[in-house]
Design a binder for this molecule. Structure first.
Ligand code: ADP
Ligand code: MG
Length: 251
């Protein structure tokens, strides 16, 4: 089953057509990586897929249910607030810059959304948060504040926070780009672990070896279009000079 399906997504900012006509899907348990140069529209796809941003036209379908579909004039029409709220719980999003609440403890950062969104009780939320912290090796940081943690630890907290809503899939937007090389590994390890557990994921990354190892499929984007899509073997053996050159910069 497709967890997510995007059909003919288009998005412009003013005169700038950022996403030109993108279709992609992810099946349950699949890992899809999106690579491509800066400014090619990778974040915009994730922002539209997670409804932080509205696309202009195209369809967005979660678990077979339309979050947005086209009207007769080819404009995206979104489902009701109530339906979108429910569909929001299907996914979690991990950003480049962690986006933790600075004035909340680690524990509260993780407990907050499940209590507010899933309406679970404090005790259950705390249990869930502690078990995630344990899983991510951060048990002893539960009472710390984000500023007291390393970047890698903060990013692990934001992964725990995303997982706390028990999503069907996770989006990662360059999860290691803000980290020193020696902290990057600890995050990649967590994501690898999630892949082993068959978490469905879309990962925007510049970590080419990681994408190669982990992905079921890789998409190369440039100028708002998918230039090539294939297995890691196919993408890394491509004849496309532009993609070769791009990949070559990172490996
Ligand atoms: P990537 O993540 O691949 O680096 P983005 O999706 O962030 O690319 O950006 C694609 C293009 O859209 C860039 O030219 C960027 O400047 C532009 N863009 C992104 N967000 C906005 C916005 N909110 N307003 C105007 N332009 C934007
Ligand atoms: Mg980006």
């Amino acid at each position: 089953m497709n967890i997510l399906e995007i059909n003919h997504m288009k998005k412009a900012f003013g005169d700038l057509q950022v996403i030109k006509d993108i279709s992609l899907s992810v099946k349950e348990g699949e890992v899809l990586s999106i690579i491509g140069p800066s400014g090619s529209g990778k974040s915009t796809i994730l922002r539209c897929a997670t409804m932080l941003e509205k696309m202009d036209s195209g369809e967005l379908i979660y678990l077979g249910e339309a979050a947005a579909r086209n009207n007769g004039e080819g404009k995206s029409v979104y489902s009701s607030k109530k339906d979108l709220k429910r569909m929001h719980q299907y996914f979690g999003l991990v950003f480049q810059n962690f986006n933790l609440f600075p004035h909340y403890s680690v524990l509260k950062n993780i407990m907050d959304a499940p209590m507010a969104v899933s309406k679970i009780g404090k005790e259950e939320a705390e249990e869930r948060a502690m078990s995630l912290l344990k899983k991510l090796g951060l048990e002893e940081k539960a009472k710390a504040y984000p500023c007291q943690l390393s970047g890698g630890q903060q990013q692990r907290v934001s992964i725990a926070r995303a997982l706390a809503l028990q999503p069907k899939m996770l989006f990662f937007d360059e999860p290691t780009s803000a980290l020193d090389p020696e902290l990057t590994g600890e995050i990649l390890k967590v994501i690898k672990e999630l892949a082993k557990e068959k978490m469905t994921m879309i990962i925007v990354t510049h970590e080419m070896q990681f994408a190669r190892e982990l992905s079921d499929r890789i998409i190369f984007m440039e100028n708002g279009v998918i230039q090539e899509e294939g297995s890691p073997e196919q993408i890394f053996a491509t004849d496309n000079a532009r993609i070769k050159e791009f990949i070559g910069k990172f490996v």
